[in-house]
Design a protein around this ligand. Structure first.
Ligand SMILES: NC(=O)c1ccc[n+]([C@@H]2O[C@H](COP(=O)([O-])OP(=O)(O)OC[C@H]3O[C@@H](n4cnc5c(N)ncnc54)[C@H](OP(=O)(O)O)[C@@H]3O)[C@@H](O)[C@H]2O)c1
Length: 339
């Protein structure tokens, strides 16, 4: 076994958009698991937009990292040493680990990975936290009904790509916003979206939306905020629901632009706008994981991952989320799975 492990630490806080200087690759000793813990060799790790908030000093919806802290996120890995009766050497698990080659995890806080359902990277995307966010965010906050028009921003990303498919399974008409023709074609051709708008090549987002959703919007699942959200709000129908999942268009902003206020647009439709946080549903994760796995196994849910090779690529993969480099879930391959 390796005596040392490489892992990424926070070197400095970003001003606006982060750059490579914010990250430092450190070599350190492989940690020893305590009773109840397991040591995993990380095969895949997840980079996620919310991590941008953790790089700031102030509060975001996740706790800030201190300068010098190891960066953490979802990982999949193989157990190489177990001090728990629940897992044995060779088992594949997923949990919250370090951006590194090895991670010690609390056996009570990991879930097994079933390779017969999907390959390991899917457990960081459609079968992991983003899939569960889509599931609870749409069904519990969006409350879709058959025949509703559901609009999804960030539609070709990890969360958005699952939201649209669950909306279709619930009999909705689904429109997505995404940042390239390759993405919009994937949404309509492979995921069953009824229409998709490339917001980067469309100047008038409002007109484009009105054309494909002439009956207005009943559910808006917002992953991005910014001008796309500005275009959707005036087209909300009576009793519309807005699930505010993420606002990535603002994560690197040093000052939030104000401009004309949008709240009057919610009055006539009596729209309900609700923030959602996946951690609120922690006691029901099993229900979501079971349903998502069943949909994947029965080909009702398509998943896709964009995988970059090598731990050294992790910061670039993370920064690529802000330029839309990923289709589906962005994952970093850290080592080869044994099977
Ligand atoms: N509330 C929660 O509990 C929770 C949980 C998970 C995720 N989230 C949030 O949900 C959102 C999606 O997360 P994810 O993991 O699925 O990420 P993702 O969608 O896989 O990746 C981010 C995507 O955002 C788009 N984007 C980046 N900058 C943008 C901009 N200025 N305007 C419009 N689109 C932009 C890019 O796609 P394009 O090519 O389309 O621009 C990019 O691929 C994020 O805001 C995240 O913070 C919230």
């Amino acid at each position: 076994m390796h005596e040392t492990t490489r892992e990424w630490h926070l070197a400095k806080r970003p001003q606006g958009e982060p750059d490579a200087d914010c990250f430092e690759l450190i070599e350190t000793e492989v940690p020893e698991p305590s009773p109840g813990e397991i040591l995993v060799r990380v095969t895949y790790l997840s980079v996620d937009p919310y991590m941008r908030g953790r790089m700031n000093e102030g509060e975001s919806y996740a706790e800030p990292w201190a300068i010098g802290d190891v960066l953490k996120g979802g990982v999949v890995g193989e157990v190489v040493e177990s001090h728990s009766e629940a897992y044995s050497e060779g088992d594949i698990v997923t949990g919250e680990g370090r951006w590194g080659e090895y991670s010690v995890l609390d056996a009570d806080e990991v879930a097994p990975v079933d390779p017969s359902v999907a390959d390991q990277p899917a457990y960081l995307g459609a079968l992991g936290m983003p899939g569960r966010t889509a599931y609870f965010g749409l069904l519990e906050v969006g409350e879709p009904k058959p025949g509703d028009t559901v609009v999804v921003s960030g539609a070709a990303g990890a969360v958005g790509s699952v939201v649209g498919q669950i909306a279709k399974l619930n009999g909705c008409y689904v429109v997505g916003f995404a940042g390239s023709d390759e993405k919009t074609e994937w949404l309509t051709d492979d995921l069953g979206y009824d229409a998709a708008i490339n917001y980067k090549s469309t100047d008038d987002h409002s007109a484009a939306l009105a054309e494909v959703a002439p009956d207005g919007v009943d559910v808006y699942f917002d992953n991005v905020g910014g001008p796309i959200t500005d275009a959707v709000f005036p087209q909300l129908n009576l009793d519309a629901r807005v699930a505010v999942c993420g606002q990535i268009a603002h994560y690197n902003a040093e000052n939030v632009p104000t401009g004309p206020r949008k709240l009057p647009q919610l009055i006539a439709p009596r729209a309900k706008v609700q923030g959602l946080l996946i951690t609120d549903f922690v006691t029901r994760f099993g229900e979501a994981s079971e349903q998502l796995q069943e949909w994947v196994a029965s080909d009702k849910l398509t998943h896709r991952e964009t995988i970059v090779d090598g731990l050294q690529q992790a910061p670039d993969a993370f920064l690529g989320l802000f330029s839309g480099d990923n289709i589906g879930k962005q994952v970093v391959q850290v080592s080869e799975p044994s099977e």
